[in-house]
Design a protein around this ligand. Structure first.
Ligand code: PLP
Length: 455
């Protein structure tokens, strides 16, 4: 065993190995040394558990693979050919150029984040964004409406429930007890906020009487949640916002609504303002609903917003300055109705024949070993929009006789830059709708390499 362990190569020898040097380009020596050390420690543990002769060449090649894997963890541009517009794994919404410009102007120096320039005293970071959001959602009582912005919508729901309903009962329909994205589960968020979940109705049917019968002297609110990523079909029944608002009024309860995503704002403009007409508080996502930065927006009755603002949790989950800069600019674009400067809007509204043309051009560039055709498909909004909410599109559909669909998908994912497609019916589907037009040349170059792409 001692001899075996002695045959493990030294850190220095591996650091000087040409292929390791090549693979670690761009990494600091400190970082590479740490990777080699960790790798050798694992090798040592492995040898103790199951002794085997150490093959130097094999060690070098495994280490190179490990360095490559870690190099790929670094953020890099990815070509999104999945047709999913708000793709959570790919950063959700691409941001408008003008917003990034603002980020550069302000982020590079100091700015009046929390300074009132008229008095020279401490100001509120939320004030301007809140004012713009109040104008945008133009509810019936603008002067009685206020807004506060936090880090994301999950945090928004959490702080609303904690500040307004802690220790009290909150009624939710069983059809709305959903899990969204990476572990946002309504029952767990409610438990974390300290309110008591009172489920009513069934998965597919909840009636007004179910809500009414559940009200006790300890009830604080009814929570309405947009089911986002799932859809019940068949015999369903739910209660309208108006009826719930009426019931809440009769019993002096709050109506809290998480509209989450539901719809991309420009397509469903009245969503938030309609919700605000009836609900006491409305929350939604800055990226999913507005195509802006990650943020959680809380709008509603000014007296309630002021209670939320005083909650210590708010300070812990407040929006950071970089997201806030981007959000302010995105809101300006909305107020000026300059939707064509929002990348998501542009992608969502590309004319169909334009998409087909791009797919045809990609087809013309297919290299050796790749077989393709252009077929109609559906793009999806993603980001928790309803499964049925799709936009007609075209895709380049490719396969290869040498590779399985998942091998082909993997080759494209290993290209430089990586291309993300979608496997469907044993083919890889590439939808140009979500590919930035300036990336078309890159896609063509990568496809032209044929099955050898990045191998
Ligand atoms: C996505 C979503 C959330 C979570 O929003 P994040 O901004 O991702 O934190 C909460 N509720 C609903 C209904 C959603 O769709």
């Amino acid at each position: 065993m001692a001899n075996l362990l002695r045959s493990i190569p030294s850190v220095d020898r591996l650091l000087n190995e040409p292929s390791i040097k090549e693979m670690s380009k761009g990494l600091s020596l400190l970082e590479t040394t740490e990777i080699v050390r960790t790798f050798l420690n694992q090798l040592r543990t492995q040898l103790i558990q199951s002794p085997a002769k150490v093959d130097y060449e094999q060690v070098v090649s495994q280490l190179a693979d490990e360095i490559r894997r870690l190099q790929l963890q670094k953020f890099q541009s990815v070509i999104n050919a999945t047709g999913v517009l708000i793709h959570t794994n790919l950063g959700r919404a691409p941001l408008p150029t003008s917003a990034l410009q603002r980020l550069k102007e302000l982020g590079n120096g100091y700015f009046n984040l929390e300074l009132d320039l008229t008095t020279g005293t401490r100001g509120s970071r939320y004030a301007n964004a809140a004012r713009l959001l109040n104008v945008l959602s133009a509810s019936d009582n603008p002067s009685e409406t206020d807004t506060v912005v936090v880090n994301n919508n999950a945090a928004a729901v959490l702080v609303v429930l904690k500040a307004l309903t802690e220790g009290k009962e909150v009624i939710v329909s069983r059809g709305e007890l959903v899990e969204i994205g990476g572990g946002f589960r309504i029952p767990e968020v409610m438990a974390a906020s300290g309110c008591l979940l009172k489920e009513v109705g069934t998965t597919n049917r909840t009636r007004l009487s179910d809500y009414r019968n559940a009200i006790t002297p300890n009830t604080a609110a009814i929570l309405r949640v947009h089911p986002s990523n799932y859809h019940i079909v068949g015999f369903t029944e739910s209660v309208s916002r108006q009826s719930l608002a009426q019931l809440c009024k009769e019993h002096d309860l709050l109506l809290i609504e998480d509209v989450g995503s539901g719809a991309f704002y420009p397509f469903d403009e009245p969503l938030v303002s309609t919700a605000l007409k009836h609900s006491s508080i409305v929350t939604y996502s800055g990226d999913k609903l507005l195509g802006g930065p990650q943020a959680g927006i809380i709008s509603g009755r000014a007296d309630l917003i002021s209670i939320i603002k005083k909650d210590p949790l708010l300070r812990a989950i407040r929006i950071d300055k970089l997201s806030l800069i981007v959000l302010e600019e995105v809101l300006q674009l909305y107020l000026r109705k300059e939707y064509d400067r929002l990348p998501l809007w542009v992608m969502a509204t590309i004319p169909l024949d334009k998409i087909r043309q791009r797919a045809e051009t990609w087809l013309d560039h297919l290299g050796p070993g790749l077989i393709g055709e252009v077929k109609p498909t559906q793009s999806t909004m993603g980001g928790g929009s309803l499964p049925g909410e799709t936009i007609p599109s075209w895709a380049l559909v490719i396969h290869s006789e040498q590779l399985t669909p998942s091998q082909l998908e993997e080759r494209l994912r290993s290209a430089d830059p990586p291309i993300m497609g979608r496997i469907h019916q044993d083919r890889v589907w590439l939808d140009p709708r979500t590919v930035l037009p300036e990336q078309d040349k890159l896609v063509q170059r990568i496809l032209a390499q044929g099955v050898t792409v990045c191998s």
